[in-house]
Design a binder for this molecule. Structure first.
Ligand SMILES: Nc1ncnc2c1ncn2[C@@H]1O[C@H](COP(=O)(O)OP(=O)(O)OP(=O)(O)O)[C@@H](O)[C@H]1O
Ligand SMILES: [Mg+2]
Length: 331
């Protein structure tokens, strides 16, 4: 069910669901942030529904971190409001938000457990409660064995896990993670994504990422930012339904004859190929297709008659990454 609306795109709605049936946990209205003459975030509005997992996407410099820092209260907005409908007026938002920054900072001389205990006490937990929670949390994020080691000796992945543990220690209603997997190797990334898929069952999650495949796998809703604006927003399902298009991927050998043939074919593609090329590298191209059956017949015939060395020919559907590329390349 869609819970996100933006000031630019029309809100997208899922067939058969009632817009607004999930109560909003967070509502943002006309939020802007300028740094001198630079408008990092430009009048954005959206809501986040209780229990949803939301991906905040956008190219470098789009305004994701600035938005997140305003949501957490670390940065004062230039204009606009951030509210938590349903929560008591005047509640300190730090009590309900858990936050993992893009570049978390730790005291390297502390052990992981000491740092977590320190975070728990800063959140107002009593000594005994903090003690118990620290152990279960370190266990949960997979660094219990390193609990008594100094953070200075932790790997990037271990620090990220400790960062997650400190964001979760006070059992927040809203977990905000700024690029939680960017510093991790593929195994660490997978493990953190698995942890997030468990966490999203328990709490509302907003995370920014450049790994679109992760967003597609994990999130219920998507916000795509571009140049301080929200370019597209909606539930993953509605975006899939609204923007899904047939796609053809063709890749030839790197020999000159095959490359020349592909370049020539792309200059004058048949009419069932839409003009927009989603991706082009030296000897491969990904294209939007109107009529997949005609495309299949035509391209196979052409490849055979031109005796081109094709290494890959695939027909499928556009992904979140394709939508992202299209959105961010629009000026
Ligand atoms: N403290 C600051 N002073 C001046 N400009 C800033 C400041 N913080 C951010 N900006 C500018 O605001 C814009 C948005 O930055 P922001 O860090 O929010 O982008 P982002 O989407 O998080 O990018 P990334 O994907 O690289 O993390 C950028 O042009 C950035 O240079
Ligand atoms: Mg950022």
């Amino acid at each position: 069910m869609p819970i996100l609306t933006s000031n630019i795109s029309k809100p997208v709605t899922d067939e058969g669901t009632v817009h607004g049936s999930v109560p909003s946990l967070l509502a943002v209205e006309g939020l802007s942030k300028s740094f001198g003459a630079k408008k990092a975030v430009d009048h954005i509005s959206f809501t986040i529904g209780e229990g949803r997992c939301v991906a905040l996407l956008g190219p470098n410099g789009a305004g994701k971190t600035t938005t997140i820092r305003m949501l957490t209260g670390l940065l004062a907005p230039t204009t606009g409001t951030i509210s938590f409908p349903g929560l008591a007026d005047g509640i300190d938002r730090r009590q309900i938000i858990g936050y993992l920054p893009q570049v978390p900072a730790f005291y390297g001389w502390m052990t992981g457990r000491e740092f977590l205990l320190y975070s728990a006490k800063l959140c107002g937990l009593s000594g005994k409660e903090a003690d118990l929670l620290c152990d279960s949390m370190l266990q949960r994020v997979g660094i219990a064995d390193a609990a008594k080691r100094r953070i200075g000796g932790y790997s990037g992945g271990m620090k990220q896990r400790l960062g997650l543990a400190q964001a979760l220690i006070h059992r927040p209603k809203l977990l905000i993670l700024d690029e939680p997997v960017s510093a991790l190797d593929p195994i660490g990334r997978r493990e953190v994504m698995e942890l997030l898929s468990e966490l999203k069952q328990e709490t509302t999650v907003l995370f920014s990422t450049h790994v679109l495949h992760d967003a597609e796998e994990l999130c219920d809703d998507v916000l795509i930012m571009r140049s301080g604006h929200i370019a597209i927003s909606g539930s993953m399902n509605s975006l899939r339904n609204q923007h899904r298009q047939s796609v053809l991927f063709i890749e030839t050998e790197g020999d000159p004859k095959s490359k020349e043939w592909l370049a020539r074919w792309l200059k004058q593609p048949p009419k069932f190929i839409q003009s927009s090329v989603l991706l082009m590298n030296g000897n491969g191209a990904k294209l939007l297709v109107n009529d997949i059956d005609s495309a299949r017949r035509d391209i196979l015939a052409q490849v055979l008659s031109a005796e081109v060395q094709v290494t890959r020919l695939e027909f499928g559907y556009s992904t979140l990454e394709d939508l992202f590329m299209r959105v961010v390349s629009e000026s």
